[in-house]
Structure formats: C-alpha cells, structure tokens
Design a protein around this ligand. Structure first.
Ligand SMILES: [Zn+2]
Length: 460
C-alpha cells in the first residue's frame, strides 16, 4: 500500500470560491495525495498535523488555480505578436496562423506547449482547455507534463477544405480524435476531448458523429463558431438558418459542448444556448485584437446574467497574445460594466467566478477544479500581499485582484498538490535550456511559411 503524501498550505486569507463563497482568514489547508483533505482555521489544522511540511505563510492570499477555457498551445506562440493588426481576422488566421501551424514539427509542438503552459502557470492558470489545433498530441501532452499543470487535449478535426491535417473522410477525423482519447485514457491530470476546428469547416455528418463520440466517451466536444459575422453568413447561405439553430437541428447542443466565441448571436440563438446548457468560452482580448465586434454586438455578459454557462479564455499568441486569465477577467468585468444589464451582480465578482468555479462548471469539471474544497485537486495560487500592488490592502480582495493587482504578486503555484512555480520559476524544467533556441525556431517557421513580419516604421 502506498503511503499517503501530505503537506499543509497556510495563508492570511483564502478565497475558497465554494458554494457560499466563504473567505477564511488565518487559514490552513491540508493536502493529501494531490487533493484537498481539510480546510479551516490554521490553529486547529496545525495542531493535528504538526509534522507536515508547510507551504505559504502569513503574507499570502490563496485563491483556486485559474481556468483558461480556450487556448491554442501550438502555432501562434512561436510567432507571438508577429501577425499584423492591420489585416482582417480571417487573413490573420488563414494566411498567417494556419501556415505556421502546418510548419510545426513534433518538437516545435512540445516547445510551444511548454512555453504557453509555463507562462500560464506563472500567471496562476492550473487548468487549460487546448483549442484543438494540435498536430502532435503526444508532444503537447509532454508540454503539460513538463510544467505540471492540468488540462484537456485535442487534435486537428476538420473535413471541409484542405487545411493541415484535414480528413478526407469523417472517419479520418474521428480516428485522430480517438487516438487522443486513447493517449490520455489513464492520465492523472490531462483529459482527452473531441475537438473540431468548427466555423463552416466541418460537415454535418462529422459534427453529429463527433458529438456522439464525446458523449459515448463521457468527455466534451469543443469547436470555434461565430467570432465574426462570416459564420453567420455562410450558415445562412448553406442551411437557411443561423449557426446555432442549425446545430440545434442536428441535435449536437448540450452540456457536453463548449463553443469557443459565439460572439455574434441573435435572440433565438442566445435563448437556445441557455436552454440547452451549451457552454461558451469567451476570449474578450482576442475579439478586440482581431476587431470582431464584441463591444458593438457581443452578448456574453447578458448570456451569463441569464444563467448561461460561460467561461473565459485567452485564445492565441496573435489574438489576445498574453496567456493571462486575470487580464481577460478584468476586461470582461469592463464589458459587464458597459453592458448595463439590470440585476447583474458585481462585475469583479462575476469576473473571478468565471476564472474559477463558473469556468469549471462550463467545462464540466466543477467536481475536480475551480474552488478550494475538500476532495478537489489541490490547485492553489499563492499571492504575496507584500507586493506593492497589494499595498495598502483593500478590505475586499476580489475587487483588488480583478481591477488592480491582476497577476502582480503571484508568487507560487501548486497543482495537484505539487509546488510547480516558486518565486516565478517553474520547478519541473530547466527553462533556460528548454527555451534556448526560440528565436531560431521563429525564423525557421516564418521562413517555411513564407511570411515576413516587419516593424511598421522605418528601421535604420
Ligand atoms: Zn481559437
């Protein structure tokens, strides 16, 4: 029988994000075998467990590990902030991002995923939903393991057009998906999802079978839809109805589906997504970076206020660029303020809920992650209240975290009971060695894709 591995975490304040949203002062958390075993007042818990290693201290605010519900782990990251912001979003994706993806080797995939997840971990993100545009899932799984965070993993899934790794038949695509489910079957922290590219790049037959595959395997399905108006136009032309209504006709909506974006929704589509409990991953920085109309036509605050299942994401290295869910949460809080929806709860509260427990619910994993509660994964972010951003300290840590401090002060991060970041350093890898040739990799990828980014101003 294996011996239980336990440690203690202590903090000045814990934002539990449990059902009652309890805030515990002078708190301690006992962690056993990667899970939260006890939580309560420090004095009591220390008395019973005086022999255990202690992490944290009096100067820490502890929050649950953050959730990023839509993130491309490969492709854009190695050419981050290279794609011009003066072209259309479709040009950015199809003329730049896709050719770069196509040029990725298996090693590029591992380095890219490791790089994204290192930044994620440093920014307090302990669970990432990979967006599905992965050529070498085994390499990306290695990236998760290099850093020690959890997440979901997919693979390229499309059967319309001839993009990289597109399937000639529906079965071609489904076999790639099944391979990922098999690869992650026994994994302790990474779950295989069924992932399609989405938009209008999937046949009805593929969509129906992918949805069935996800349900049969007790997992989720995710794909992109309606970040701009072009999906609406193409669905209307092909099917006679708007995208969400077509998905409803196909019978693929439901709790197992996470749609990335769904920015452009009419009343009937909004209502349909709420009624079917279909979730949305909202990536507000991407919509602004790509100019997709979120401030004019986006309805995510309304969707959330009416009980819609919503989560937040950071998208890609040229669509929001940073992997920082607290930055997305702050921007979303601003969109809530602008939306002037009656009865909407505090913007900062909603924003933190979306980055934690509500995000976990939207991806179907609220029994595992999203709050600091007994039985859940010990995914905990340690925020140093001695950091200048936290001085002086507001009586309301939620407002200060969302509107002001953001990631400033994130000192350490625990995932599944293991310290994976301490003082901003990822402990499981030698980053200097792992990331020693990023510039060369970028040059090679751009060269192979025939792309030449340059500064706008004359350089002498
Ligand atoms: Zn995406």
């Amino acid at each position: 029988m294996t011996k239980n591995k336990s440690s203690l975490v202590v903090g000045k304040t814990v934002l539990t994000m449990n059902e009652e949203r309890q805030i515990i002062n002078d708190a301690a958390i006992k962690v056993t075998n990667g899970r939260i075993a006890e939580i309560g007042k420090r004095e009591e818990i220390l008395k019973k467990n005086s022999d255990l290693v202690i992490h944290g201290g009096d100067n820490f605010l502890l929050i649950p590990g953050l959730i990023n519900a839509h993130q491309h782990l490969t492709g854009d990251r190695l050419i981050r902030s290279c794609i011009p912001d003066s072209i259309t979003d479709n040009e950015a994706i199809f003329d730049w991002a896709i050719p770069i993806h196509e040029a990725h080797t298996s090693e590029d995939d591992e380095i890219s995923a490791t790089l994204v997840l290192a930044e994620s971990a440093r920014n307090g993100i302990t669970f990432t939903v990979e967006a599905g545009t992965v050529a070498h899932p085994g390499s990306v799984l290695k990236g998760f393991e290099n850093i020690g965070v959890g997440g979901t993993l997919g693979s390229w899934g499309w059967d319309v057009g001839d993009g990289p790794y597109s399937g000639k038949t529906v079965d071609d695509v489904l076999i790639r998906q099944l391979d990922v489910l098999e690869l992650t079957k026994e994994h302790p922290s990474v779950k295989g999802w069924v992932t399609l590219v989405g938009h209008d790049l999937m046949s009805d037959d593929l969509l129906k079978k992918a949805s069935e595959l996800a349900i049969e395997n007790s997992t989720n399905l995710t794909f992109h839809l309606s970040p701009n108006l072009s999906d609406v136009e193409s669905y209307l032309e092909r099917t006679g109805v708007r995208p969400v209504l077509h998905l409803k006709d196909l019978g693929v909506l439901g709790e197992h589906l996470l749609i990335a974006h769904a920015v452009h929704l009419d009343d009937q589509e909004l209502e349909t997504l709420i009624n079917t409990k279909t979730a949305i991953a909202s990536c507000p920085w991407a919509y602004l970076r790509l100019g997709q109309g979120v401030t004019k036509l986006g309805r995510h605050p309304e969707f959330f206020s009416r009980g819609g299942s919503l989560s937040l994401g950071c998208d890609a290295g040229n669509a929001g660029d940073n992997v920082d869910i607290l930055s997305s949460a702050k921007l979303f809080a601003g969109l809530i303020q602008e939306s002037e929806i009656e009865g909407m709860s505090s913007a900062s509260i909603s924003a933190l809920e979306l980055a934690t427990i509500e995000g976990a619910k939207a991806i179907g994993l609220s029994n595992e992650i999203g709050s600091i509660e007994i039985g859940k994964r010990a995914d905990i972010v340690f925020i140093d209240l001695e950091d200048q951003a936290w001085k002086p300290q507001s009586p309301d840590p939620v407002k200060q975290l969302i509107w002001s401090a953001g990631t400033s002060g994130i000192h350490s991060v625990m995932a599944l009971g293991e310290m994976i970041v301490v003082e901003g350093t990822c402990l499981k890898i030698d980053e200097e060695e792992k990331f020693s040739d990023l510039q060369e990799r970028q040059q090679r990828l751009l060269g192979e894709a025939g792309l030449e980014p340059r500064p706008h101003w004359p350089t002498v």
